[in-house]
Design a protein around this ligand. Structure first.
Ligand SMILES: NC(=O)N[C@@H](O)C(=O)O
Ligand code: NI
Length: 166
Protein backbone atom coordinates (compact mmCIF):
# COMPACT_ATOMS: atom_id res chain seq x y z
CA UNK A 1 0.00 0.00 0.00
CA UNK A 2 1.54 3.30 -1.09
CA UNK A 3 2.02 5.83 1.66
CA UNK A 4 1.92 8.75 -0.77
CA UNK A 5 -1.41 10.54 -0.58
CA UNK A 6 -3.20 12.04 -3.57
CA UNK A 7 -4.59 15.56 -3.32
CA UNK A 8 -8.19 16.06 -4.43
CA UNK A 9 -10.23 19.22 -4.99
CA UNK A 10 -12.44 20.09 -2.04
CA UNK A 11 -16.11 19.51 -2.88
CA UNK A 12 -19.20 19.27 -0.68
CA UNK A 13 -19.90 15.75 -1.82
CA UNK A 14 -16.40 14.44 -1.24
CA UNK A 15 -16.15 16.14 2.15
CA UNK A 16 -19.66 15.16 3.35
CA UNK A 17 -18.47 12.21 5.50
CA UNK A 18 -16.30 14.62 7.50
CA UNK A 19 -18.29 17.83 7.73
CA UNK A 20 -19.30 20.82 5.66
CA UNK A 21 -17.63 23.03 3.09
CA UNK A 22 -18.10 26.72 3.86
CA UNK A 23 -18.45 28.45 0.48
CA UNK A 24 -20.78 30.85 -1.32
CA UNK A 25 -23.23 28.20 -2.48
CA UNK A 26 -25.93 29.90 -4.60
CA UNK A 27 -28.50 27.38 -3.35
CA UNK A 28 -28.13 28.85 0.15
CA UNK A 29 -28.21 32.50 -0.84
CA UNK A 30 -30.89 34.97 0.17
CA UNK A 31 -30.77 38.75 -0.21
CA UNK A 32 -30.89 40.75 3.03
CA UNK A 33 -30.31 44.34 4.15
CA UNK A 34 -32.53 45.78 1.47
CA UNK A 35 -30.88 43.77 -1.25
CA UNK A 36 -27.43 45.14 -0.51
CA UNK A 37 -26.12 41.89 0.97
CA UNK A 38 -26.16 38.26 -0.10
CA UNK A 39 -26.56 35.92 2.90
CA UNK A 40 -25.33 32.39 2.30
CA UNK A 41 -27.39 30.88 5.05
CA UNK A 42 -26.62 28.03 7.48
CA UNK A 43 -23.65 26.57 5.61
CA UNK A 44 -22.79 24.56 8.70
CA UNK A 45 -23.34 24.59 12.43
CA UNK A 46 -20.97 24.61 15.40
CA UNK A 47 -21.11 21.90 18.04
CA UNK A 48 -20.05 22.52 21.64
CA UNK A 49 -20.88 19.43 23.65
CA UNK A 50 -20.95 18.92 27.41
CA UNK A 51 -21.92 21.01 30.44
CA UNK A 52 -20.20 24.36 30.51
CA UNK A 53 -19.14 24.18 26.88
CA UNK A 54 -19.31 27.22 24.64
CA UNK A 55 -18.60 28.05 21.02
CA UNK A 56 -15.64 30.38 20.59
CA UNK A 57 -14.14 32.29 17.68
CA UNK A 58 -10.37 32.41 17.26
CA UNK A 59 -7.75 33.56 14.78
CA UNK A 60 -5.00 31.14 13.74
CA UNK A 61 -1.90 32.46 11.94
CA UNK A 62 -0.53 29.34 10.26
CA UNK A 63 3.03 29.03 9.00
CA UNK A 64 3.27 27.42 5.56
CA UNK A 65 4.07 23.72 5.43
CA UNK A 66 7.07 22.52 3.41
CA UNK A 67 6.78 19.58 1.02
CA UNK A 68 7.05 16.68 0.72
CA UNK A 69 5.23 16.56 4.03
CA UNK A 70 4.90 13.64 6.44
CA UNK A 71 1.50 13.10 8.01
CA UNK A 72 2.62 11.24 11.12
CA UNK A 73 -0.52 11.70 13.19
CA UNK A 74 -4.15 12.70 13.23
CA UNK A 75 -6.24 14.35 15.93
CA UNK A 76 -9.88 14.78 16.79
CA UNK A 77 -12.03 16.83 19.14
CA UNK A 78 -14.69 14.64 20.75
CA UNK A 79 -16.64 17.48 22.31
CA UNK A 80 -16.89 19.94 19.50
CA UNK A 81 -16.70 20.87 15.86
CA UNK A 82 -13.86 22.92 14.43
CA UNK A 83 -14.03 25.18 11.39
CA UNK A 84 -11.31 26.89 9.37
CA UNK A 85 -12.08 29.84 7.11
CA UNK A 86 -9.17 31.53 5.28
CA UNK A 87 -8.92 35.30 5.74
CA UNK A 88 -6.22 35.94 3.15
CA UNK A 89 -7.99 34.15 0.27
CA UNK A 90 -5.14 31.64 0.00
CA UNK A 91 -5.56 27.92 -0.59
CA UNK A 92 -4.83 25.46 2.20
CA UNK A 93 -4.79 21.70 2.70
CA UNK A 94 -7.45 19.73 4.53
CA UNK A 95 -6.48 16.25 5.74
CA UNK A 96 -9.15 14.01 7.23
CA UNK A 97 -9.72 10.32 7.97
CA UNK A 98 -12.68 8.11 8.60
CA UNK A 99 -12.70 6.38 11.98
CA UNK A 100 -11.76 2.71 11.94
CA UNK A 101 -12.36 1.12 15.34
CA UNK A 102 -11.20 4.18 17.20
CA UNK A 103 -8.22 4.88 14.94
CA UNK A 104 -7.91 7.08 11.85
CA UNK A 105 -8.04 5.28 8.53
CA UNK A 106 -5.99 6.26 5.47
CA UNK A 107 -6.04 10.06 5.28
CA UNK A 108 -7.87 11.90 2.52
CA UNK A 109 -6.23 15.12 1.35
CA UNK A 110 -8.22 17.99 -0.12
CA UNK A 111 -6.96 21.25 -1.57
CA UNK A 112 -9.28 24.04 -0.41
CA UNK A 113 -9.47 27.15 -2.57
CA UNK A 114 -8.94 30.50 -0.95
CA UNK A 115 -12.72 31.07 -1.01
CA UNK A 116 -13.53 27.80 0.72
CA UNK A 117 -13.54 26.90 4.40
CA UNK A 118 -14.37 23.68 6.20
CA UNK A 119 -16.18 22.69 9.37
CA UNK A 120 -15.10 19.36 10.88
CA UNK A 121 -17.94 17.73 12.76
CA UNK A 122 -17.16 16.76 16.36
CA UNK A 123 -14.88 13.73 16.64
CA UNK A 124 -13.73 13.75 13.02
CA UNK A 125 -10.09 12.78 12.56
CA UNK A 126 -8.04 15.54 10.96
CA UNK A 127 -4.51 16.88 10.72
CA UNK A 128 -3.86 20.32 12.25
CA UNK A 129 -4.03 23.43 10.12
CA UNK A 130 -1.94 23.24 6.93
CA UNK A 131 -1.30 26.69 5.49
CA UNK A 132 0.49 26.93 2.15
CA UNK A 133 3.01 29.26 0.50
CA UNK A 134 3.10 32.02 3.17
CA UNK A 135 1.85 32.71 6.70
CA UNK A 136 -1.94 32.75 6.51
CA UNK A 137 -4.68 33.83 8.88
CA UNK A 138 -7.83 31.79 9.48
CA UNK A 139 -11.01 32.32 11.45
CA UNK A 140 -11.52 29.28 13.65
CA UNK A 141 -14.84 28.48 15.29
CA UNK A 142 -14.55 25.67 17.81
CA UNK A 143 -15.37 24.61 21.37
CA UNK A 144 -14.08 25.76 24.73
CA UNK A 145 -14.99 24.16 28.02
CA UNK A 146 -14.22 21.44 30.53
CA UNK A 147 -12.82 18.06 29.61
CA UNK A 148 -10.09 16.95 27.27
CA UNK A 149 -11.19 17.93 23.79
CA UNK A 150 -8.11 16.60 22.02
CA UNK A 151 -7.39 13.00 21.08
CA UNK A 152 -4.28 12.23 19.03
CA UNK A 153 -3.20 9.12 17.14
CA UNK A 154 0.31 8.56 15.77
CA UNK A 155 0.83 6.31 12.75
CA UNK A 156 3.51 3.61 12.84
CA UNK A 157 4.83 4.99 9.55
CA UNK A 158 3.84 8.40 8.16
CA UNK A 159 1.88 9.09 5.02
CA UNK A 160 3.52 11.48 2.56
CA UNK A 161 1.99 14.45 0.74
CA UNK A 162 3.84 15.79 -2.29
CA UNK A 163 3.86 19.48 -3.14
CA UNK A 164 0.38 20.63 -4.14
CA UNK A 165 -0.10 22.38 -7.48
CA UNK A 166 -1.59 25.77 -6.63
N1 LIG B 1 -4.81 22.91 18.60
C1 LIG B 1 -5.66 23.65 17.95
O1 LIG B 1 -6.33 24.50 18.51
N2 LIG B 1 -5.76 23.46 16.58
C2 LIG B 1 -5.90 22.15 16.05
O2 LIG B 1 -7.01 21.55 16.68
C3 LIG B 1 -6.10 22.17 14.57
O3 LIG B 1 -6.90 21.33 14.05
O4 LIG B 1 -5.44 23.00 13.92
NI1 NI C 1 -8.07 20.35 15.39
Amino acid sequence: MTKTLEIHPLTKAAFAPFGDVIEADPATMRFINGGTTERFHALSSAEALGDGARVILNLFRGQPRAFPYAIDMMERHPFGSQSFVPLNARPFLVVVSKDEDGKPGRPHVFLARGDQGVNYRANVWHYPLMALDQPSDFLIVDRDGPGNNLEEFFFDTPFIIGAPTL
